[in-house]
Design a protein around this ligand. Structure first.
Ligand code: ZN
Length: 248
């Protein structure tokens, strides 16, 4: 008898403790292991609280994102826009020395989770590359070493699936809440962002991967106004608070 393992997949939390806690409450008792796809910090007002919470989860795999690199000084953030750069500098000041070291020591992806699954932040060939379209997806599928590659970075939930030369793109939503992984297909999957959704749906996004071959996509409401209040109180740019309400 084989035992199904259940992985909770968290990406792009972005120092949003309200969203993270809502996800953990909604997914309580539904997972055995946690994997984190990077961008724990940046944009949001609670970088230390988010890192502490993630550490409590004892993830079996965790990789860095571009904002993690900027917040711990591994990257200058010079290719960030003004708001993101301001937030990165603010985050760098807030981080405890232990948390700065923790971010600095995070490995880059891709990381293999099991025979079927690997994770990366941007793309398997470049942790900072954004996978938006079929061209990016094709390139990523060629670089992937597992049939299912789960990525973040764009904050946009998507399922690219390839059977032979045929590539399809689907958006997981209430009409497509889960995916049965086909043995003959290869996949590139973005679960969406926990802490700063950008698909027009302000609810926190996450996924569950069941090792018997199912990916489940979830959205959960959280206290957006509290996350906004924290951003305002921290003196972070108001645009970062505003966008949470519209999920953009
Ligand atoms: Zn991000």
């Amino acid at each position: 008898m084989s035992t199904t393992l259940r992985y909770l997949i968290l990406s792009d939390i972005h120092a949003n403790i309200d969203a993270l806690d809502a996800v953990l409450e909604a997914a309580a008792d539904e997972w055995d292991r946690v994997v984190v796809l990077g961008d724990l910090v940046g944009y949001g007002a609670e970088p230390n609280a988010v890192i502490d919470r993630v550490l409590e989860l004892a993830p079996v795999a965790i990789i860095r994102g571009n904002h993690d690199k900027a917040a711990c000084g591994l990257d200058t953030g010079e290719n960030f826009n003004q708001v993101a750069r301001y937030a990165a500098a603010w985050t760098q000041e807030q981080l405890t020395p232990e948390h700065r070291d923790f971010l600095r020591d995070l490995p880059h992806g891709p990381t293999e989770i099991d025979e079927r699954l690997e994770i990366c932040h941007g793309a398997p060939f470049d942790e900072d590359h954004y996978i938006f379209d079929a061209v990016d997806a094709q390139h990523a599928l060629e670089a992937a070493t597992r049939p299912v590659c789960v990525f973040g970075h764009t904050h946009l939930p998507v399922i690219f699936s390839a059977v032979g030369a045929q590539l399809m793109a689907d958006v997981p939503d209430d009409d497509l809440p889960s995916l049965t992984l086909q043995a003959e297909a290869r996949y590139l999957i973005n679960p969406g962002s926990v802490g700063q959704p950008r698909d027009g749906d302000p609810r926190a996004a996450f996924a569950l991967y069941l090792t018997d071959g199912v990916m489940i996509f979830r959205r959960v409401e959280y206290n957006v106004s509290e996350a906004q209040r924290r951003i305002s109180a921290a003196g972070l740019p108001q645009a970062l608070a505003n966008r949470l309400a519209i999920g953009r």
